[in-house]
Ligand binder design. Structure first.
Ligand code: ADP
Ligand code: ZN
Length: 748
């Protein structure tokens, strides 16, 4: 790198050690630096880069750990030792990145064709800040008996006694407790009796108790739990799909595997698809294990983040629940990874470093010889195929827990029995909501669309309000009094005249969003207590907790929400779920649309009737004959998935083949298209390899960039990465044009 070949600083020539350091920047691999002393791989260091100073990690790339074909590119020109720049510091108080995490970072980078430094950046989000902050340090007593030579003054005795009651303890705390001066404490340290350690996370010293409140499992649950426990006890890599209908007690069952892992003294990571679900989950965990687990997601404060990170690295924190980025935590001895609702698309990271949380959880566990549990009522096609091929084990829960029955599902044909013009709730659905209210039960209306209306049109000239930066409609958010693009950050105030023809009061909303359903419900059920749950109105976990509390306390009659309400919630008094537009996800040319709609609707239906009262689900649809609707009515997820599989197998679409999307984008449409065509001309060829496109990408304009897409599809036995690398490394570099790769895209 150019920065690295700058003239050497005024340091001794020739002395020191060559260090390979990975920095959080998009280079192909680590950079070389010089250090006065050797440093072990994993050590976090401060290094100069150009005029900046960064936190990096001493690296030891080991291509042999990657599947053969995924070798990272070889290092460029080797820089003469004398010309290397010196590292500027070592983060002494921060635990090093363990070997398995370093290999994981290499793997994620190689698999997704991402720069390893950018993957490292995810892992460094917490500790990198520690470089600038002085961590709180405390004292612990070193293990072993006191040496005979030690002079035990009363002051020293008092210090040691104080440490018995609280350890680690800061200098201030120790002197207050013991009455001894700081000099006495320092003296004990110099004598080798005390040792300094990170003080933080004193709250992380309690241990979860695997036997705190074990459940009484049904026969079916016990059998599944036993198999999961056996998987953990093998202490070898294995994956089990825990497939169970909604309300069957999957959480209760996998908690048994968590307990088994805790008994081994190994750590557990549980991934949830939405951070808003963590509150309900941690409550359940606490009831079962007596303490709260650590939580990991992007909304944590810096201090908590740093404390949690260190506690995990030092093995003090045993259980972490979090979002996909928790995969990059420095576990000291990870034994089990649970991916709850494994079919969820939210596990796919769609910006920056692209990776699929579920798939990478499996990679992470393999690197530590750990067990994986994938839980779902509607497993993904990928997972089902892996079960079929014998790569994953399979445990099934067929019945809901206790006396709860599966809800009864019916379809409201909107062509025949739809509402009056301008309304979206059919008379049948409204009657059912009335009935539930009379019975003192709760109902839920589900519509997977934020805002008031997805489109606004001018009655005078037909103009539709569109985002100036994206090929997308502006969505009206009436409560916030704005129009917003759901694909970029662009918003504008509500307008009263058409921006094209200038006509006054001619703009009309087309179609419903949840806000509009809320408005309609308010008009129809004036006495009902309504609650809206949408990802843009309930943004923080605490706001979500408050909403969940209200529902649980029966302060709500009717819940109106977007996909956040579909997730793993357990509301025993909720007996009716109405799906406002069951056909919503089926449009568009995406091969996965049906699978996704099926999973979402099944999930939302599963919220009904989880307690003692029977549940009912009503789907408003114009497409009653669609295979998705038929499968939902027949409650037959598996035959539906078999039909889907039959469609994908011949063309070797995933999961029967491998797929990568190559997105070419540029500020000018012609620029993007030209480069895409050029790429197509040089596309890899051969038996079992196919390139489709270029065609305008599903969002043809995004954030002022025109986008074209090529799809590279190969047979399962052909690795994509080397083909992609050869192909794209040879691509011409054009100024403003960019090429992004998405291995295993979620939609195609
Ligand atoms: P799933 O995740 O499969 O939808 P949950 O794990 O949320 O189901 O379980 C549904 C409800 O049933 C929860 O309130 C849970 O506490 C309860 N439950 C499940 N199994 C048991 C059991 N063996 N003993 C007591 N309660 C249980
Ligand atoms: Zn936009």
């Amino acid at each position: 790198m150019a920065e690295n070949s700058l003239p050497p600083h005024s340091r001794r020539m020739g002395a020191g050690h060559r260090l390979s350091v990975l920095v959080p920047r998009p280079f192909d691999g680590p950079l070389d630096y010089r250090s006065d002393r050797p440093l072990a791989p994993g050590t976090l260091v401060r290094v100069p880069l150009g005029r900046q100073e960064l936190t990096g990690c001493v690296w030891d790339s080991q291509p042999s750990h990657l599947p053969v074909d995924f070798r990272p590119p070889s290092k460029g020109r080797v820089i003469a030792f004398e010309k290397l720049r010196f590292i500027t510091g070592v983060l002494e108080h921060v635990p090093p990145l363990p070997e398995d995490l370093r290999r994981f970072i290499d793997w994620v980078a190689a698999y997704g064709l991402s720069a390893p430094g950018m993957v490292l950046a995810i892992a460094l989000r917490a500790p990198a800040q520690a470089g600038n902050m002085k961590p709180a340090m405390g004292w612990v007593r070193k293990a072993g008996p006191l040496p005979d030579s030690l002079r035990l003054t009363p002051a020293r005795k008092a210090v040691l006694a104080a440490l018995e009651s609280r350890s680690p303890s800061s200098t201030a705390m120790l002197s207050e407790e013991s009455g001894a001066s700081a000099a006495v404490i320092r003296g004990l340290a110099n004598a080798g009796i005390l040792e300094e350690c990170l003080m933080e996370a004193s709250s992380f010293t309690e241990r979860a108790d695997p036997d705190h409140a074990p459940p009484i499992l049904s026969d079916e649950q016990a059998e599944a739990a036993e198999a999961l426990v056996a998987g953990v006890e093998e202490r070898a890599f294995n994956v089990t799909l825990l497939e169970g209908v909604t309300g069957s007690g999957k959480t209760e069952v996998y908690f048994e595997a968590v307990a088994a892992c805790l008994k081994q003294g190994r750590q557990v990571l549980v991934l949830l698809p939405e951070i808003v679900l963590t509150a309900q989950w941690t409550d359940r965990f606490e009831r079962r294990f007596g303490i709260r687990p650590a939580i990991w997601h992007s909304e944590l404060g810096q201090k908590t983040r740093r404390e949690t990170w260190c506690a995990i690295a030092e093995g003090r924190q045993q259980v972490v629940v979090g979002a996909r980025s928790a995969l990059f935590l420095p576990f000291a001895h990870l034994g089990l990874v649970v991916v709850d609702e494994e079919h969820e698309n939210t596990y796919k990271q769609e910006e920056g470093v692209l990776y699929h949380g579920r798939d990478m959880a499996i990679v992470r566990a393999r690197l530590v010889q750990g067990a994986v549990i994938l839980a779902s009522a509607t497993p993904s096609m990928e997972t089902l195929v892996n079960v079929q091929k014998g790569r994953f084990r399979h445990e099934v829960l067929e019945a809901r827990h206790g006396t709860a029955q599966m809800p009864e599902i019916s379809l409201i044909d909107m062509k025949e029995n739809g509402p009056e013009r301008g309304q979206f709730l059919s008379p049948l659905l409204c009657e059912s909501i009335e009935e539930r209210m009379k019975a003192g039960e709760q109902s839920m209306l589900f519509l997977n669309r934020r805002g008031y209306a997805p489109m606004t049109i001018c009655r005078a000239c037909g103009h539709r309000l569109q985002c100036p930066h994206c090929s997308a409609w502006m969505v009206e958010h009436r409560r916030r009094r704005i129009l917003a693009c759901h694909h970029c950050e662009y918003t504008q105030p509500l307008i009263s005249s058409c921006s094209a023809c200038g006509a006054q009061d001619s703009l009309v909303p087309i179609g419903p969003g949840v806000e509009r359903i809320h408005e309609e419900a308010q008009a129809r059920f004036p006495d009902a207590r309504l609650l809206s749950m949408a990802s843009d109105t309930l943004t923080s976990p605490t706001a979500m907790e408050e909403a969940v509390r209200k529902i649980s306390n029966k302060e709500v009659d009717l819940i109106i929400g977007t996909q956040v309400v579909a997730k793993g919630w357990h509301f025993p008094d909720l007996t009716l779920v109405g799906v406002v537009d069951a056909d919503l996800g089926l449009g568009g040319g995406d091969l996965r649309a049906a699978e996704r709609t099926m999973q979402l609707l099944h999930q939302v239906a599963g919220r009904a009737g989880r307690g003692t009262k029977p549940g009912q689900v009503m789907l408003q649809s114009y497409a009653g004959d669609h295979p998705v609707m038929k499968a939902l009515l027949a409650n037959d997820f598996i035959s539906f998935m078999e039909q889907e599989a039959a469609q994908r197998r011949p063309g070797f679409w995933p999961p029967y083949g491998r797929l990568a999307a190559v997105i070419v984008s540029a500020p000018k449409e012609r620029q993007a298209e030209e480069l895409a065509r050029l790429l197509a001309m040089h596309a890899p060829r051969g038996e079992g390899i196919q390139v489709l496109g270029p065609a305008p990408a599903p969002l043809a304009l995004l954030r002022d960039r025109y986008r074209f897409r090529l799809l590279l599809r190969t047979r399962r036995d052909i690795a994509l990465q080397p083909l992609l690398r050869r192909w794209l490394d040879g691509a011409p570099r054009k100024n403003d044009a960019r090429i992004d790769v998405d291995v295993d895209p979620v939609s195609f």
